[in-house]
Design a protein around this ligand. Structure first.
Ligand SMILES: Nc1ncnc2c1ncn2[C@@H]1O[C@H](COP(=O)(O)OP(=O)(O)OP(=O)(O)O)[C@@H](O)[C@H]1O
Ligand SMILES: [Mg+2]
Length: 357
């Protein structure tokens, strides 16, 4: 029996310190041997958002024991590790540097290859950890910092079809939660509150709904919520606003995903139509079920990572590491931390005032 690759993944791009060991079985299906994630929510809560300096310090304090725990949990020995994959961007440089430096030093000391991973590629490949997923596929990446439709043609081959021109969807959920008086990070709480409200109570704007292809915009929605939230008098109205927000997001994603389907089909003429949704917001149950229904309607296979792998984790970083290891795509130990690292670096920068769609 050939030895199957054993990959250590390390993640520290924002406010989660994480390490994971993965391998694969005889059928080449990935297997997660350990997956340790330590969130810094309690540290940043009182500030209402991530404080880079505090986040970096916390990564530094925890990284040793998180990696140690991941190795112990995997029941494998350090010497068995074949490669170390660390997130190198995008993210906060002070945070990235912790996991990146640790991974490089670990690789050097074990004399094993080092792999620098794009965090967004981690999200993009996260469904491979629980399903048999082949290229090409259409990806909707909805996370705290990104909202994009991408034609994923192969490992490292991304063609952006659409992107947000202002706020990311996760950020919009978090900001809306804050306006509704929910503690940071409130995004996941919205769908819980929404269940108790009337989704038709408030008419909210859907920016660039009828233009801009499958590009997205959420800033105007947030401004509208700010105005309504100021007038809210009781809990029922809060629930109604949460429900109206959740419904509006679903309507925007439904329409824009249909446009993305058309663009994806024009570019690929795929035999099998596959739609992957990844990133923190992919954990939202109503968004999941709405997109699943749309896939049935349009004859797509829908694939989602398990809910626990939607947010930041190191198993998805190790997953990219596993694919790159098999192709011998290794990196030098002087690989920099990259605060900005788009998956499709040929796509135009579409943010800020003056964007023309
Ligand atoms: N059930 C949910 N409904 C809506 N949003 C959610 C839910 N669960 C998590 N989120 C949002 O997902 C985001 C976190 O996702 P993720 O960890 O992928 O983002 P990030 O790593 O900060 O950003 P990026 O991956 O773009 O660098 C947060 O904004 C959070 O509010
Ligand atoms: Mg992320």
């Amino acid at each position: 029996m050939n030895k199957k690759p054993l990959i250590l993944g390390i993640e520290s791009s924002c406010d989660e310190t994480a390490a994971s060991l993965i391998t694969e079985n005889e059928e080449r299906t990935p297997i997660i041997l350990s997956n340790v994630v330590s969130s810094q929510v309690d540290i940043h809560k009182e500030f209402g958002g991530v404080v880079p300096e505090l986040a970096a310090r916390s990564h530094l304090e925890k990284i040793d024991w998180i990696v140690k725990k991941a190795i112990n949990d995997s029941k494998r020995k350090i010497e068995e590790i074949d490669a170390i994959a660390s997130t190198a961007g995008p993210g906060l440089v002070v945070c990235l540097s912790v996991g990146l430096s640790f991974g490089k030093a670990f690789a050097a000391s074990l004399n094993k290859p080092f792999i620098a991973v794009n965090h967004l590629e981690g999200h993009a490949l996260s469904p491979k950890l629980n399903s048999n997923l082949n290229y090409p596929y259409l990806l909707l990446l909805i996370s705290g910092g990104h909202s994009q439709f991408l034609n994923v043609k192969g490992l490292g081959q991304y063609k952006r079809l659409g992107t947000t021109i202002d706020d990311a969807l996760g950020e919009t959920f978090d900001k809306t939660a804050k306006l509704l008086g929910i503690e940071f990070p409130g995004g996941p709480q919205i769908e819980i509150l929404a269940k108790k409200g009337n989704p038709n109570k408030y008419e909210l704007p859907k920016p660039i709904f009828n233009k801009g292809g499958c590009n997205l915009s959420f800033a105007g929605l947030k401004t509208a919520i700010l105005k309504i939230a100021k007038k809210i008098k009781n809990d029922q109205e809060r629930f109604d606003l949460a429900a109206s927000f959740q419904k509006t997001i679903e309507e925007i994603l439904y329409k824009k995903t249909k446009i993305a389907f058309n663009e994806f089909e024009e570019q690929n003429k795929p035999e099998k139509k596959i739609f992957v949704v990844a990133g923190g917001v992919a954990a939202n149950k109503n968004i999941r079920s709405m997109l699943k229904d749309l896939c049935i309607e349009k004859n797509y296979q829908s694939i989602f990572p398990p809910v626990e792998l939607c947010g930041d984790n190191a198993a998805m970083i190790a997953m990219v590491g596993l694919e790159k290891f098999k192709l011998k795509q290794f990196n030098d130990l002087n690989h920099p931390a990259k605060p900005r690292w788009p998956l499709d670096d040929t796509a135009a920068f579409l943010k800020g005032a003056g964007v023309r769609l």
